[in-house]
Design a protein. Structure first.
Lengths: 246, 246
């Protein structure tokens, strides 16, 4: 029994980009998690017909690509539309009417930076994860049968509740297909089980810092959308510099 | 009400030494937390009459001081007595008969390293925390009325369950005296409330990595001791290179 279990791939959780280097990135599929709101926006834009999404690190790079190519440029810094860009990081903005057939160049505070870290460390594969496509993420990870790192984007490297909750949701669904020896994975799953009946209420009750920040901007609808399971359920793969439907 | 609340000092939690730099170390009292087993051993040795404890980073430094001074040298690497040292990191070893009136030079994998990090970053004050002296820690932090960072030593920078649980125990007792805007603090408290009725059972049920490691060495009694509240209840202060009774 034990030796059977040892043949399974590993499942680990990095609660902050500052911890990613502790894990075996180059032998793992890395799931980039930035629930509020980068990875939820990415999923939604692709679900609503975007051709692809180019994630970039800086606002300057975003503006530069916008001048060179026929794309929509968007991004935020500290939760607000970045100066010099027209569109932000709200998933609700990326309706089929707006985004269908178009390419989006996106820069965000935490999620796109983490993606480039995973890339630089030689990840075996990179996908993005959000509650919006929870089932697609889980189905893919089980089918791949490779080591997995659930990588939370956090907030300026500080661990956050919502990314940890999503990691926990994935763990609760796929754990039997993996071997685990990772306390962060256990903590994330415990947290998720406590929250799962009302994710929004949990974020509110425990004064999640990002909940408070976005509520302060009047973005309750965004939060509720980003905490809804499978409302844009497709797989998002990173390939040759672009996020595409997998 | 809000402005009153804003006058309170802040309470934050660093779940790993890799995250400590994110917090305002130089305006805070830092609580070093290494439940299995450094800070539990430190508390117990002082409670049983050790004159002081000199925490050092390396085994070599430990051996060197042992040759220069009349001290007991002890330390572990990866949970076992380090080569060249005679004593280890089990709190049960430091009985009054053995340790009374003596000075202990101690080096451990995670806890002593974190202490020196906090020192290097200019902490306002440093104390050590363990379940063994939970009440003394909480009373002190409330009385000081200064910003607090609960700093988990983790395991080679990977977040662990037992240090997070202790942070949660402190938070549950002192939170009304502090302002909070830290998701790690919330997560730690949620975890603690889930575990508090049976800390040992919780560690076992959730396969805490350090629980498994120490059980593999036959150290169940150590684990049980380190999870017992207030069995060596005194304050441990770091002052001028030494840990002493506060």
């Amino acid at each position: 029994m034990k030796s059977e279990k040892n043949k399974l791939p590993t499942l680990t959780t990095s609660l902050s980009p500052s911890l990613l280097h502790l894990y075996d990135v180059n032998s793992s599929i890395v799931v980039i998690i930035d629930i509020l709101r980068a990875t939820s926006t990415i999923t939604t834009a692709l679900y609503n017909g975007a051709k692809s999404i180019i994630p970039v690190d800086s606002v300057a790079e975003c503006i530069k690509l916008g001048k060179q190519m026929d794309v929509i440029t968007a991004g935020e810094r500290d939760g607000k539309i970045a100066e010099g860009l027209k569109y932000g990081n709200t998933p609700l903005q990326y309706t089929p009417e707006f985004i269908k057939g178009k390419t989006l160049v996106l820069t965000t505070t935490n999620g796109t930076r983490l993606l480039h870290m995973a890339l630089a460390e030689g990840a075996l594969g990179i996908i993005t994860g959000s509650f919006c496509n929870l089932s697609a993420v889980c189905d893919y990870l089980i089918a791949q049968n490779k080591n997995v790192i659930l990588a939370c984007a956090a907030w300026k490297d500080r661990v956050n509740i919502e990314d940890t909750l999503f990691a926990g949701a994935v763990i609760s669904r796929i754990k039997n297909n993996f071997q685990q020896n990772c306390d962060s994975t256990q903590i994330a799953e415990i947290l998720y089980h406590q929250a799962k009946n009302d994710l929004f209420g949990f974020m509110k009750d425990y004064k999640a810092s990002h909940y408070q920040r976005l509520m302060g901007y009047g973005l309750e609808e965004d939060i509720r959308f980003c905490l809804t399971i499978d409302n844009a359920n497709l797989l998002v793969l990173y390939e040759a510099g672009r996020l595409i439907v997998g």
